[in-house]
Design a protein around this ligand. Structure first.
Ligand code: PMP
Length: 438
């Protein structure tokens, strides 16, 4: 029997490659028909056939406050009445830049002195890399296997997220000379870091790293690893680009950097990239960093970057409203909900006898089907990932929407209340048994 989702997927595949506008939406690794969403509110999403699900995707992160938070929606509506796009500076973008700079601080440490707004995380990391190259006069970039930083040419080598899900080696269409500018090393491996700098140190412009890896499942940095990165790059005259597109304003008001700084692991990235929560669900992302580096961007400096829709007034309105509403109580609520669901997940898999490990980075978490939490991409791939499809579909049949890949984090929101949490807790044991018999 087909339903509206099946009909839409058939129609979509006639006009959209693979039927989707971003690959992981196609359910490639879990199989079946993707749910075409018609609406979302608070902690739930509703598909085109009218089925409602408790949502643990949160649009892949932005919905920190829950979907369609009324004050955020009102701010966007109000902005829309004043014009959809100007291509000129606005008061709102000054406020948002100042708010970002102010929020990303712990004590005296304040790594964001200037901010530039862009439209996607991909643009933010692409610009950060160009800036690091412009600042250092060097070409090479170091990235970590399994880390995802968007889909620009130099960043798809051994990337996570959809590249991991589809087991793609990278991407066709990337010229070899460009790929050769990216050096890929193992995550959480101090020896690999030392070796790459020993060999190429004078030619490396930057290391880019997810503040905590969350696109190969959640794989937190080992204690001291991010500080070691900062020390190493700075000893060699290179820059550290901390990618907080996923973690920024989600795991802590000052991002994963802030969480670590508060816990005593202090280091200063040169450029930080933001996305997702910072745009409150609208297309907006940002890069921020040291004034002397950021001021190399045009029109002040020689590093070019631009965008017709950069700082779009509706996106800025959504971002401002979201960050203003993201109080310490919101973070406490999301943290508590995440702790509760991850504990229930762990217990359900244990009770069902499924070999697994649940890993955390602040309020982000995921389970891998192996005995110990992975520290590298190779370990993340070395798991019984086939169990996830059965788990995912069993959850969905019980009205809970999970990310359609084992290599993605689970996202809670401030709108997940007692009722939604109980629905998740009730579904988990059944899904765990489905995973056990897969
Ligand atoms: N960096 C990280 C860490 C991400 O998780 C993502 C997207 N999931 C990106 C960059 C790219 O952002 P976007 O999809 O907005 O281009």
């Amino acid at each position: 029997m087909t339903d509206r989702n099946d009909d839409l997927f058939s129609a979509a595949r006639e006009v959209i490659p693979g039927g989707v506008n971003s690959p992981v939406r196609a359910y490639g690794s879990v199989g079946g028909t993707p749910r075409f969403l018609a609406s979302a509110s608070g902690a739930t999403v509703t598909d085109a056939a009218g089925n409602e699900y408790v949502d643990l995707v949160a649009s892949w992160g932005p919905a920190l406050l829950g979907h369609a938070q009324p004050e955020v929606v009102a701010a966007v509506q109000e902005a829309a009445t004043r014009g959809l796009s100007f291509g000129a500076p606005t008061e709102g973008e000054v406020e948002l830049a100042a708010l970002i700079a102010d929020r990303v601080r712990v004590g005296e440490a304040r790594p964001v002195e200037r901010v530039r707004l862009v439209s996607t995380g991909t643009e933010a990391t692409m610009t950060a890399i160009r800036l690091a190259r412009g600042a250092t006069g060097r070409d090479l970039l170091v990235k970590f296997s399994g880390h995802y930083h968007g889909h620009s040419d130099g960043l798809l080598a051994a990337a996570g997220s959809g590249v991991a899900t589809l087991a793609l080696p990278g991407s066709a269409g990337v010229p070899a000379p460009i790929a050769a500018q990216t050096l890929v090393i193992d995550y959480n491996d101090p020896d690999a870091l030392a070796a790459v700098f020993a060999e190429h140190g004078e030619r490396i412009a930057a290391v880019i790293v997810e503040a905590a890896a969350a696109n190969m499942g959640v794989v937190p940095p080992l204690p001291g690893f991010n500080r070691l990165l900062a020390d190493t790059v700075h000893a060699h005259g290179a820059l550290l680009i901390l990618d907080e597109v996923l973690t920024g304003f989600r795991v802590h008001p000052a991002g994963f950097w802030g969480l670590q700084a508060e816990a005593g692991e202090e280091y200063l990235p040169d450029i930080i990239t933001f996305g997702k929560v910072v745009g409150g669900g609208m297309p907006l992302a940002a890069l921020g960093g040291r004034a002397d580096v950021m001021d190399l961007l045009a029109p002040l400096g020689p590093v070019y970057q631009a965008g017709t829709l950069s700082g779009n007034p509706l996106s800025v309105a959504a971002g401002l409203a979201t960050l203003r509403l993201a109080t310490p109580e919101v973070y406490a609520t999301v943290d508590a909900a995440a702790a509760r669901v991850s504990r229930a997940l762990d217990e359900a898999l244990t009770d069902a006898g499924v070999t697994h490990a649940v890993a955390h980075a602040g309020n982000l978490f995921s389970a891998s089907f192996r005995a110990t939490a992975p520290r590298t991409y190779a370990e993340a791939q070395d798991q019984e990932s086939f169990r996830y499809a059965a788990f995912f579909h069993a959850m969905r049949e019980q009205g809970v929407a999970l990310p359609p890949s084992v290599f993605e984090a689970w996202f809670l929101t401030a709108a997940h209340g007692e009722e939604e949490l109980q629905r998740i807790e009730a579904a988990l044991p059944i899904a765990a048994r489905a995973a056990a018999s897969a």
